[in-house]
Design a protein around this ligand. Structure first.
Ligand SMILES: Nc1nc2c(c(=O)[nH]1)N[C@H]1C(S)=C(S)[C@@H](COP(=O)(O)O)O[C@H]1N2
Ligand SMILES: [Mo]
Length: 239
C-alpha cells in the first residue's frame, strides 16, 4: 500500500481517531453529544472544578460537570420582540409599575459574570450577562415589609418562586444580554430572570412579571416533583 494513503485505511483511521481522542482527553477536554448538540465537557480532573468560591463553597457543586456553553433546555416560548415587551412588577409593593423594553434599558444596568448550574447535571462557568438587578426593581416599586417571596412570571403561565432574601442578592438580574449579545431565541428573549446560585429552572425565560408575595407560591417545576428551594450545593434537586 502507498504509505501516503495509509491514514485512509479503515484500521489506521480508527487508530488515529483513538489517538486524537486520547490527546484531547489528556488536554482536559472531551467532546460529547447531548440531545442534538455537541458540547465540550471538561474532564473530571479539570483544575477549575477544584477551586473554591469567595464564599468558601466549591466552585463546582456536587454531581455537576462543566460544559462550555448554555445548553438550550426548551420550554414554551414567549414573544421575543422587544417592541411588545411588558414587565409587570407588582404584588406587595407601594408603587406597582409596568416597564416596556426602553424603560428597562433606562434603569441602571449591571454587567456580571457568574456560573450557571442546571439540575440535569451541567454547569457553565463564567457566563456573562447584562441586565437590571432585581434589588433595583424592588427599590423602584417600594416593596412592603410583608413581602417574603419573589414569583417570576413568564409566558404561557411558567412561574418560579425564590425567597425574597435570595432574590435581592446582587447577582439576581432581569437579564437581556448573554455573552455580549441580546438573548438568542432559545434563551428567553427579550428578557429573562437570572438567579445564579439556584438551579437554573428558577431563571424564568420570556419574563412577563415579577410578583412580590407575602406567601410562597411553588411554580411550574416546584409543583412537578422538583425541590422548592433548589440549592445546587445541597443537591436540592427533587422535592
Ligand atoms: N418560561 C420558561 N422559563 C424557563 C423554562 C421554561 O420551560 N419556560 N425552563 C427552565 C429550565 S428547566 C431551565 S434548565 C432553564 C434553561 O435555560 P436555557 O434554555 O437558557 O439553558 O430555563 C428555565 N426557564
Ligand atoms: Mo431544567
Amino acid at each position: 500500500m502507498d504509505p501516503s494513503k495509509l491514514h485512509t485505511h479503515p484500521e489506521v483511521a480508527r487508530i488515529l481517531e483513538r489517538r486524537r481522542f486520547l490527546k484531547n482527553a489528556a488536554a482536559g477536554t472531551l467532546l460529547v453529544a447531548l440531545g442534538g448538540g455537541t458540547y465540550v465537557v471538561a474532564a473530571a480532573d479539570d483544575p477549575r472544578a477544584k477551586t473554591q468560591r469567595p464564599d468558601g463553597r466549591p466552585r463546582l457543586p456536587p454531581g455537576q460537570r462543566i460544559i462550555d456553553a448554555l445548553k438550550p433546555m426548551g420550554g414554551d416560548p414567549g414573544d421575543p420582540s422587544p417592541a411588545s415587551f411588558k414587565l409587570h412588577v407588582h404584588g406587595e409593593v407601594e408603587n406597582p409599575v409596568t416597564l416596556d423594553f426602553a424603560k428597562l434599558l433606562a434603569l441602571p444596568q449591571t454587567d456580571l459574570t457568574c456560573d450557571v448550574h442546571c439540575v440535569t447535571g451541567w454547569s457553565m462557568f463564567d457566563a456573562t450577562w447584562r441586565g437590571v438587578q432585581l434589588a433595583e426593581l424592588a427599590k423602584l416599586v417600594r416593596v412592603r415589609s410583608t413581602a417574603r417571596y419573589v414569583i417570576f412570571e413568564a409566558a404561557n403561565s411558567y412561574t418560579s418562586n425564590v425567597r425574597l432574601s435570595e432574590a435581592l442578592a446582587p447577582g439576581v438580574l432581569v437579564a437581556h444580554q448573554h455573552g455580549g449579545k441580546p438573548l438568542s431565541r432559545p434563551h428567553g428573549p427579550p428578557a429573562r430572570a437570572l438567579v445564579p446560585d439556584l438551579y437554573f429552572w428558577k431563571s424564568a425565560k420570556w419574563l412577563t412579571g415579577i410578583r412580590f408575595s407575602a406567601r410562597d407560591r411553588p411554580g411550574y417545576w416546584e409543583t412537578r416533583g422538583y425541590h422548592n428551594h433548589a440549592d445546587p450545593w445541597k443537591e436540592e434537586r427533587y422535592g
